[in-house]
Structure formats: structure tokens, C-alpha cells
Design a protein around this ligand. Structure first.
Ligand SMILES: NC(=O)c1ccc[n+]([C@@H]2O[C@H](COP(=O)([O-])OP(=O)(O)OC[C@H]3O[C@@H](n4cnc5c(N)ncnc54)[C@H](O)[C@@H]3O)[C@@H](O)[C@H]2O)c1
Ligand SMILES: O=c1ccn([C@@H]2O[C@H](COP(=O)(O)OP(=O)(O)O[C@H]3O[C@H](CO)[C@H](O)[C@H](O)[C@H]3O)[C@@H](O)[C@H]2O)c(=O)[nH]1
Length: 327
């Protein structure tokens, strides 16, 4: 059975990807320091505890498992925190990733899949965003991801490794059987917060700005189901194993949903209503982010199969499956 190392595989998107890899016959080995991930999310292969900044530990794990490819999800993800703790973001997301890349070069591992983000584009100059759009990140989080993308491009030109950079739009939803799901701590993402409000675990949901130049005044985002993201990762691994060249692709549905539409859809699907408060705009939020996903189809044969209702249904089921004391 081919081993795939899943760095950050105890987290939200990584754990769903481990499930998809296992279903496709691979053995996902998780390498994670469990700062924001969960040991109980590692269900489809062994867990190896370690930090990406620990080269000796990485070398040991690589020697023991000799993975065919490495998927790298590990890092800090919250934009607001990246303004408060930029040094920490550069340390983990940039230095940590370079430490991982050095360990991989030393182990002669050449297939690498990287979790990047639409935040590398910055404020959209046109929509939908395609991969040729300028990359001008407007927050430290996005810039750390952009710097890694540039390093990967250089490593590729120098023949060290080939990589698939996956720029996710808004990851959302959960495994349909609730074996894993979204559990960020603290949670800052719109869908889990709104669902927890509808479940009565939070008093109200704040809508950050209703005076944007969008169809109803609230921000438009391209929510993509985590299982579709997981499927794209399996495709990216197979693309590299078949000799594919270094490439960066967007992963989004091409459809935008406003915050107000999200609230209505959650209320409709759950049959519950929620208290809404109108709050100020959140700094750094672009009005609309919607992906062009043509390249992902052309290169990986990837198409999203699930829509916003599937996202909400699976997330509702996941969040209803425990009674709140996990947070
Ligand atoms: N969630 C989204 O909507 C979204 C959107 C775009 C990009 N991304 C990117 O996708 C990746 C995964 O996001 P997620 O939502 O699953 O986050 P997550 O926090 O659930 O998962 C991150 C995992 O990395 C581990 N980790 C963190 N620092 C580490 C370190 N120094 N060494 C080893 N392990 C470490 C954590 O313990 C956790 O298991 C991130 O790189 C993120 O930037 C996420
Ligand atoms: O309580 C909330 C939380 C969010 N929102 C709004 O809902 C939309 C989605 O917000 P999220 O926080 O769920 O997602 P982001 O678009 O901010 O973040 C996503 O894109 C970022 C890059 O822009 C990062 O990659 C991040 O990890 C990823 O989840 C935004 O318009 C936000 O203003 C609210 O109105 N109220």
C-alpha cells in the first residue's frame, strides 16, 4: 500500500483528505503537533506527533515511512491572528514549511501538495478569480502562503521537487457520516458560527457589514465542500505520481453565496431561526471572492459535486452530533 504523508492531517481539511486517500487505497500517515488538530480525527492510518520546525523528527518519520508524496496542511490559518502575531505566522507558515521542504529534499521526496488560499490574490481586480490574477496579499496570512508558493516555484525550477499548489476558497461542510468535521478553536468561520447560533449554543450571529456593493449588501464567498477539496487532493497526488508538472490551481465552485443567503439557507434546512446582529465590516474582508475553477478541471479533472445546501446539511449534522462541550 502506498504511503502518503499528511502533514497537518489531524485538522479539518487534512482529516477529510485522509479519509479520501484511504478510500482510494492509500495509507495516510499523519504528522501533526496537535496545536489545533485533534488526535481523535486520525482514523485512517498512524499518527506521528511532531512539529514541522523539527527537522530531526521529520527526517526520522520520512526514513521510517518513505512516503510517495507529501500533502502539507499544517499551519496557522486565521487572518485576524496574523495581524496580531505576524512573527508567529512567519515562523510556522514560512520557516516551518522551509524546514519541511529541506527535510523532503534530503530524503529525496519529490511530490508535494500545498494548501494555499484565495487570500494570496488580495483584493480582486476582476471576478471570477482565475490563476492568472495578480497575487497581492493584503494580510500577513496570505503573504506567508504566497512566499511559500514562490519558494515552491524556485524548487521546481531547480529540479528539487514538483508541486501542486491548491488555492482553496472557503472550505466548509463535513463528512456525511460525521466521522470528522470542522472544529477550529476558537471558531471564526461563518458557517459553523451560524449553525451553533441556530442550535442555541451562541446568543447571536453577527453579520459583518451590510453595506457592501453586492446583491444584498453582505459579502459574497465561494463555499466549497471539504469532501470536494479532499477529492482534489487525491487527484493532485495521482497527477504528481503520473509525472505531472508543477502547477497552481484554484479550488472553488464558481458560485457565490452572500452572508444573508447563508443565514436563510441554514434557517430553512435546520427549521430553526437565529438571532442576527448587524455589526461593522470586518477589516480585510473583500466584498466578493468567487473562483474560476476551469484549470482544476483541465489539469486534475476536478469538478465540485456538492453545493451550498449539501454543505449546510452535512455541517448541521456534524454540529448536531455532539452537544457543545467539545469546544
Ligand atoms: N479552512 C479554510 O477555509 C481554508 C481556506 C484556505 C486555505 N486553508 C489552508 O488549509 C490548511 C488546513 O486548514 P484547516 O482549516 O484544516 O486548519 P486546521 O487548523 O484544522 O488544521 C491545521 C493542522 O495543522 C497542525 N499544525 C499547526 N501547526 C503545526 C506545526 N507547527 N507542526 C505540525 N503541525 C501543525 C494543527 O495541529 C492542525 O491539525 C491550512 O494550511 C490553511 O491555511 C484553509
Ligand atoms: O461571524 C461572522 C463570521 C464571518 N462573517 C462573514 O462571512 C464571510 C465568510 O467569513 P469566514 O470567516 O467564514 O471566511 P473568510 O472568507 O474570512 O476566510 C476564508 O478565506 C480566508 C482568505 O480570505 C482564509 O483562507 C480562511 O482560512 C478562509 O476560511 C465573510 O464575509 C465574513 O465577513 C460574518 O458575517 N460573521
Amino acid at each position: 500500500m502506498s504511503v502518503i504523508l499528511v502533514v497537518g492531517g489531524a485538522g479539518y481539511i487534512g482529516s477529510h483528505t485522509c479519509l479520501a486517500l484511504a478510500e482510494r487505497g492509500y495509507l495516510p500517515v499523519v504528522y501533526d503537533n496537535f496545536t489545533s488538530g485533534h488526535p481523535e480525527f486520525v482514523k485512517w492510518g498512524p499518527a506521528e506527533q511532531g512539529d514541522i520546525r523539527d527537522r530531526a523528527r521529520l527526517a526520522e518519520v520520512l526514513r521510517n515511512y518513505q512516503p510517495k508524496a507529501v500533502l502539507h496542511f499544517a499551519g496557522l490559518i486565521e487572518v485576524g491572528q496574523s495581524f496580531r502575531e505576524p512573527e508567529h505566522f512567519y515562523d510556522v507558515n514560512v520557516s516551518g514549511t522551509l524546514s519541511l521542504l529541506q527535510a523532503l529534499s534530503e530524503a529525496n521526496i519529490k511530490n508535494f501538495v500545498f494548501s494555499s488560499t484565495c487570500a494570496t490574490y488580495g483584493d480582486p481586480e476582476y471576478l471570477p478569480l482565475d490563476e492568472k490574477h495578480n497575487q497581492k496579499p493584503v494580510n500577513p496570512y496570505g503573504r506567508t502562503k504566497y512566499i511559500v508558493e514562490q519558494a515552491l516555484s524556485d524548487l521546481s525550477s531547480c529540479g528539487r521537487m514538483r508541486s501542486v499548489v491548491l488555492r482553496y476558497f472557503n472550505a466548509a461542510g463535513a463528512d456525511s457520516e460525521s466521522r470528522v468535521g470542522e472544529r477550529h478553536m476558537p471558531e471564526t468561520h461563518a458557517i459553523p458560527l451560524a449553525i451553533e447560533t441556530a442550535l442555541g449554543r451562541r446568543e447571536f450571529f453577527s453579520v459583518f457589514g451590510d453595506d457592501y456593493d453586492t446583491r444584498d449588501g453582505t459579502c459574497v464567498r465561494d463555499y466549497v465542500h471539504v469532501n470536494d477539496l479532499a477529492d482534489a487532493h487525491v487527484r493532485a497526488v495521482e497527477y504528481l505520481l503520473n509525472g505531472g508538472d508543477t502547477i497552481a490551481v484554484n479550488l472553488g465552485t464558481g458560485n457565490g453565496t452572500t452572508v444573508k443567503e447563508l443565514i436563510s439557507a441554514i434557517e430553512k434546512i435546520s427549521g430553526r431561526s437565529m438571532n442576527i446582529k448587524h455589526a461593522k465590516r470586518r477589516p480585510g474582508d473583500p466584498p466578493s471572492l468567487v473562483a474560476s475553477n476551469r484549470l482544476a478541471y483541465e489539469v486534475l479533472g476536478w469538478e465540485p459535486k456538492l453545493d451550498i445546501d449539501d454543505i449546510i446539511r452535512s455541517a448541521w449534522k456534524w454540529h448536531s452530533s455532539f452537544n457543545g462541550h467539545l469546544r
